[in-house]
Design a protein around this ligand. Structure first.
Ligand code: 8YV
Length: 311
C-alpha cells in the first residue's frame, strides 16, 4: 500500500509525477468537496506537501490524526506551527539554501528596476512616447546606502551582491553579527540611514508589522522599500498611505499581506514595482526545491533522517 499524502498546491510536473509513483496523492487544492474528502480520508493521510506561502492551516492539521510529515516546497515555515508539530511528533522539512541566490538576485533586480525605472521605461517605449521626449531621470544604484533588515542566508547573499555595486551596506538582525557591515539594532535606525531598505527577515510573531509607520517615515521621501520576505512584516495600509502622501519615495514588492490579493491602491501609483511572489521562480531553483521535497518525503517513509529537517 502506498502512503497517502495531501498535495496542497500545484507543484512542478516532474515532482507531481514522482509523487504519484510513490504515494497515493490527493490533490486537495482541486477538491470541490474538501470536507467530504476529509470525512473519508483524514484518518489515513500520512504526508502533507505544501508551499512556503501556504503552510498547513492549523484547523486542517488538527483534522489529520495520522499525519507524520509536512514537506514545505519553500524555505519559509511561518505558516506551519513547528511547536505543534513537535508536540504531535510530526516531522517538518523545508527547502533552504537552494533558493537563496534567486531571492537575492530578485532583491537586486527590484532595486534596480525601481531606481532606474526599468518598468516605466519599458512602458514608455511600448507606448511610443520616446518619439515625444525624454523619460524623467532615475536614481543611481551604485554607491547607494542599502539597509538590509534580516541578515540570514538571503540577507547575506543580498549584501554580497551589493558589494559589487560599491554600496554602503548596513543591517539589522537580532544580534550584531561578525560581518563587515554596519549594525543597527532597530529597524527605525536602519531606515534612517538607508536609501534602499530591503526586507529579508523571516516572518514570525515578532516580525509581524515590524515595518510600521515609524520605520516607513524614517525611510522617507528619498528612500525606497524592497520586500522579498513576507508581506506580513510590513504594515501594508501604512505603506500604501505613505506612498500616496509622498512620505516614502517608492516600493518594490514581491510579497503582500494577503497575496495573491494585492490592494488596488498600489496599481495606480507610479513609484511602485509589483511582482507576483516570484523570487524563487526560476526553472533551475524550482527543480532543486522539487528534488528536496521528494528527497525529504522518500527519506521519511524509508525511516531515514530528513535531508533538510526543521522538526
Ligand atoms: C515560494 C517561498 O514561492 O521559499 C519560500 O518560503 O515563499 C517561495 O520560495 C513558495 O514557497 C512556493 O511554494
Amino acid at each position: 500500500m502506498k502512503p497517502e499524502i495531501i498535495q496542497y498546491c500545484p507543484l512542478m510536473p516532474g515532482l507531481e509525477a514522482a509523487l504519484a509513483e510513490r504515494f497515493t496523492v490527493h490533490r486537495f487544492f482541486e477538491d470541490k468537496d474538501p470536507e467530504g474528502f476529509l470525512a473519508h480520508h483524514a484518518g489515513t493521510i500520512r504526508g502533507f506537501v505544501t508551499g512556503g506561502h501556504l503552510g498547513l492551516p492549523p484547523d486542517l492539521g488538527a483534522k489529520l490524526p495520522a499525519l507524520e510529515i509536512v514537506a514545505i516546497n519553500g524555505v519559509g515555515f511561518d505558516k506551519v506551527d513547528l511547536n505543534e508539530a513537535k508536540r504531535r511528533g510530526v516531522r517538518v522539512a523545508n527547502t533552504p539554501d537552494v533558493l537563496t541566490e534567486d531571492v537575492a538576485d530578485l532583491a537586486i533586480g527590484l532595486s534596480i528596476a525601481l531606481l532606474r525605472q526599468i518598468v516605466k521605461g519599458d512602458a514608455y517605449v511600448r507606448a511610443g512616447q520616446w518619439l515625444g521626449g525624454d523619460l524623467a531621470l532615475g536614481a543611481k544604484v551604485s554607491r547607494r546606502r542599502f539597509g538590509i533588515f534580516g541578515l540570514g542566508r538571503i540577507g547575506r547573499a543580498i549584501a554580497r551582491r551589493l558589494e559589487g555595486f560599491d554600496a554602503q551596506i548596513a543591517y539589522s538582525d537580532r544580534v550584531n553579527l561578525d560581518v563587515p557591515y554596519d549594525f543597527e539594532d532597530t529597524p527605525q535606525a536602519l531606515a534612517a540611514r538607508s536609501d534602499v531598505f530591503v526586507v529579508a527577515a523571516a516572518a514570525s510573531a515578532e516580525t509581524r508589522n515590524v515595518i510600521d509607520r515609524s520605520v516607513i517615515d524614517a525611510i522617507g521621501p528619498k528612500g525606497i522599500i524592497v520586500n522579498v520576505a513576507r508581506g506580513s512584516l510590513v504594515d501594508e495600509p501604512a505603506l500604501l498611505a505613505a506612498l500616496k502622501e509622498g512620505r516614502i519615495g517608492g516600493a518594490a514588492l514581491d510579497v503582500f499581506a494577503d497575496e495573491p490579493r494585492v490592494p488596488d491602491g498600489f496599481f495606480g501609483l507610479p513609484n511602485v514595482v509589483l511582482t507576483p511572489h516570484m523570487a524563487s521562480a526560476t526553472g533551475e531553483t524550482r527543480q532543486a526545491m522539487a528534488d528536496l521535497v521528494l528527497a525529504n518525503l522518500v527519506a521519511h517513509f524509508a525511516g531515514e533522517p530528513l535531508p533538510t529537517a526543521l522538526v
